[in-house]
Design a protein around this ligand. Structure first.
Ligand code: SF4
Length: 398
């Protein structure tokens, strides 16, 4: 797909250059404008393992369905007792906030997400639906072949729906756009390793969320310009450095609350944070196998870190590389996947003397309570166990 030729600059169109929060807030306007301009289909996706490149190669705009809370008088009827992000999604989808979406794909992962998918199948029969199986044991011997075959089925279904075959050239172009996008995000993220980063945690989170609802070719142009702007910024003040780990988040409110208390989020291990863009597709002749290896090889999500535990080690490496002083472990209430995975993260953090604070939340943060928790946690770090005071020395590890 030659996306550059078919769309206008989203940031320009919305009058919000580098205001990534605004891009997220106006994502529905953006998608409608994209659709009106290109005549293409918009495909909503739920789960972190969706191979967007295949949809992009088929000429579609893949958009992540982001949870946003508004008065919810619908979801209880359909999915009683689910996590709040999924309730919010159902509420938004049934209220027509995503009325521009032509189809939905769910990838094997979280049961609650699947419930949202099922609710939509029962309520909006005219949409295109596909359930994509992806093995839960991502590193088992046959997983890559299973994933590749499932991707082939998906490509076939897209062909049946759109009437367009996806060629190798289409896949190559899509992989190039997506790989470049992930490379740009990694470049920006690397700047957070600096002692005094030029980008705040909230800006980074809004940027990554915007990236997941925009055409990547267009976003790449914006990111290239943004990197130039970052090069002109003066380093920020030295602050306590935190990392966020846990259930995916849907806005940057937690990062903002951290910043309001004089600290900064410099790293995360979230499915819609760094895990979204961490690894690239390594091209090979068999394009679908290359994609299968990329998606199975991304940082393991709590949804699929079942066989051999890779996630705690990845979290530790992030904490070390980004020199974090403490970790915020946030879990959505009723999030079974993170609920059952937390023990392994706690264990690793305790063993390695990394301070952490664990709490549960809904899709909206209880702001006063969260601010009080943050204040207590930061007060614990301030007297000495942080990089400003040389915490390595405290443990004789210098
Ligand atoms: S927050 Fe947890 S339970 Fe809810 S959709 Fe995400 S992974 Fe599933």
């Amino acid at each position: 797909m030659s996306a550059e030729a078919t769309i206008t600059r989203g940031a320009d169109a919305l009058g919000a250059a580098f205001d990534f929060k605004s891009l997220v807030d106006k994502r529905h306007d953006y998608a409608r404008a994209w659709k009106a301009k290109t005549g293409g289909k918009v495909l909503g996706w739920f789960e972190p393992y969706f191979p967007e490149e295949i949809a992009y190669a088929a000429g579609m705009l893949p958009v992540r369905i982001l949870a946003r809370h508004e008065v919810d008088d619908i979801s209880d009827k359909w999915i009683y007792s689910s996590c709040y992000p999924v309730r919010d999604m159902v509420n938004q989808l049934l209220k027509g906030r995503y009325d521009y979406v032509d189809g939905l794909v769910n990838v094997e992962g979280c049961q609650w997400m699947y419930n949202a998918f099922e609710v939509m199948m029962n309520n909006r029969e005219s949409l295109f639906y596909h359930y994509l199986f992806l093995p839960d044991y991502t590193n088992a011997a046959t997983s890559k072949d299973v994933a590749k075959n499932e991707f082939a089925v998906l490509a076939d279904r897209f062909k049946g729906w759109t009437g367009k075959s996806i060629t190798d050239a289409d896949l190559d172009a899509a992989i190039e756009v997506y790989n470049h996008n992930r490379l740009l995000l990694r470049r920006i993220n690397e700047l957070r390793r600096a002692d005094r980063p030029v980008i705040s945690g909230s800006e980074m989170m809004n940027l990554v969320l915007a990236d997941q609802v925009m055409d990547k070719a267009e976003m790449n142009v914006i990111l290239e310009d943004f990197i130039k702007e970052l090069g002109l910024r003066k380093p920020g003040p030295d602050k306590i450095r935190l990392m966020i780990v846990g259930s995916e988040t849907w806005d940057a409110r937690l990062e903002e609350l951290v910043e309001a208390q004089g600290a900064n989020v410099v790293a995360d291990e979230l499915d819609n944070g760094t895990s979204y863009y961490w690894n690239n597709v390594l091209p090979q002749e068999d394009r679908l196998m290359a994609l299968a290896l990329r998606y199975l090889g991304r940082p393991h999500s709590a949804l699929k870190d079942n066989n051999y535990r890779r996630r705690p080690q990845h979290i530790f490496e992030l904490a070390e590389d980004f020199n974090v002083d403490g970790v915020l472990l946030e879990k959505q209430i009723y999030c079974h996947s993170h609920g059952s995975d937390m023990y392994a993260v706690w264990k690793m953090l305790r063993e390695r003397y990394i301070p952490y604070h664990y709490f549960e939340r809904g899709s909206l943060l209880p702001e006063d309570e969260t601010a009080a928790r943050l204040e207590a946690f930061l007060s614990m770090l301030k007297p000495g166990l942080n990089h400003l005071a040389g915490w390595h020395k405290k443990f004789g590890e210098d």
